[in-house]
Write a protein that binds this ligand. Structure first.
Ligand code: AKG
Length: 424
């Protein structure tokens, strides 16, 4: 009789789907490891010294030449036209900081983000329009989706959000990253907000009095180390399907020192992905699904996480294969960002046919929000280049005769659209 018992001694059939669904990741991993040890298919994670780990996971350098481990130092950054510098940094660190927006553009976009949030807040609950300088307005009821990780429930659909995601400097960076490929799509992605949590001037909800020095630990959220892809799928399937390398990105709309919460990553971890996969088992059927994956909390690589403070207007771009996270906001200021990235249109189209779909690609988003698509296309006066970058015009169509006029409604959008028109 064959032994169908699990490492827990339970007959396999009793470890039903429902009970498996209730297991924590840690417990599931422990059971898998035990099963693999029993089957002789378990490979020990290689143990390495700190010196070896520091070679694999180098620190992304500080801008002023100070200690690279100093988490308060701003980081080196590149001009959008420095294609070689950006590529070299990505090769070594798997990430790079680029100066993409002017201070005025970042200010205008930050104001737009807050106005958009107030416009989307539930009118039955909201009591104030959001004000960056007034924490009394930051209460959860004033946000569109207070329980979501970045306080919004849908992508950023304002005109300025489109001007920024098709910004000439950002297009230049991504064209360089994709070897001069011009036929790119911008992701239709989200705003991101992390509220200040410490030393706030807030209104006491019971007495109505305004009090200083208020703490909001419940707002102090952060994302643990993760990939927004499945490393096993990348190595075992995506590479064989010939997909392009993908990059993620976000733009800081305000200064984001480590205290306001900022992006964090393990520099070098993208180049290490194949080794990591070879040392970790797949998690059953879900093991190849197109989904976000977290390493175990005890994974030695996680100890090499580095926060990357960003100045207003800077963008951090990272390989999809880079282990990343963010650090919580422990300051009295808001962290405001816009997630922006670009992808080769051919690759996104190919992914749409496979199980490696990109959920922020224009066709996916426009299928989900058809009315917003109509509104954006017909009222935002996007240039022909912007229409192509956002999936409204096919890249194969070279006939620009029926381009809509460029008549943006805000000053910052006007600048961006004018620049875009020049490069169209
Ligand atoms: O907030 C950040 O800096 C990173 C966000 C992130 O990790 C994600 O959206 O996957």
């Amino acid at each position: 009789m064959s032994d169908t018992s699990t490492p827990d001694g339970l007959p396999g059939s009793q470890l039903c789907k429902a009970s498996r669904a209730n297991l924590t990741d840690e417990e599931r991993a422990r059971r898998k490891e035990a099963a693999m040890r029993a089957a002789g298919t378990w490979r020990e994670e290689t143990s390495r010294s700190d010196a070896e780990m520091r070679v694999l996971f180098p620190r992304y350098p500080a801008a002023d030449g100070s200690d690279d481990d100093d988490v308060s130092a701003w980081r080196i950054s590149y001009a959008p036209s420095d294609t070689a510098g950006i590529a070299a940094a990505l090769e070594v660190y798997g990430m790079v900081v680029v100066d993409v927006l002017t201070s005025d553009e970042a200010d205008a976009t930050a104001a737009d983000l807050l106005a958009d949030a107030s416009a989307q807040a539930n009118p039955a609950k909201a009591t104030a329009a959001l004000d960056f300088n007034d924490p009394t307005t930051w209460e959860s009821r004033n946000w569109p989706k207070p329980k979501s990780k970045f306080l919004f429930g849908s992508p950023a659909f304002t005109q300025l959000a489109f001007a920024m995601r098709t910004h000439p400097a950002i297009y230049e960076v991504f064209r360089g990253l994709y070897g001069g490929e011009e036929k790119l799509w911008a992701s239709i992605d989200n705003w991101g907000v992390m509220r200040g949590t410490r030393n706030l001037r807030m209104r006491n909800e019971e007495t109505g009095e305004v009090e200083d020095g208020v703490e909001r630990p419940q707002w102090r959220t952060s994302l643990g180390p993760h990939w927004d892809c499945n490393p096993h799928r990348i190595v075992e399937i995506d590479r064989a399907e010939g997909h392009a390398q993908r990059y993620q990105g976000l733009v800081a709309l305000v200064d984001c020192p480590i205290t306001t919460g900022t992006f964090a990553c393990v520099p070098g971890s993208s180049a290490y992905l194949d080794t990591w996969v070879s040392e970790h088992f797949r998690d059953g059927k879900a093991g190849l699904a197109n989904r976000s994956v977290r390493p175990k909390a005890s994974d030695p690589m996680a100890a090499y996480m580095q926060p990357i403070p960003l100045r207003k207007g800077q963008m951090v771009i990272w390989h999809f294969e880079l282990l990343h996270a963010n650090v919580p906001n422990t300051s009295s200021n808001m962290r405001l960002i816009q997630f922006i990235r670009m992808m080769p249109a051919w690759d996104a189209e190919q992914r749409a046919m496979s199980r490696s779909k990109d959920r922020h690609s224009p066709p996916k988003i426009w299928k989900r929000y058809p009315e917003i698509a109509d509104h954006v296309r017909t009222t935002y006066s996007l240039s022909s280049l912007q229409l192509r970058l956002t999936g409204f015009l096919p890249w194969s169509d070279d006939d620009d005769d029926d381009d809509p006029p460029v008549e943006p409604s805000t000053a910052a959008a006007a600048d961006c659209c004018a620049l875009n028109a020049e490069t169209a």
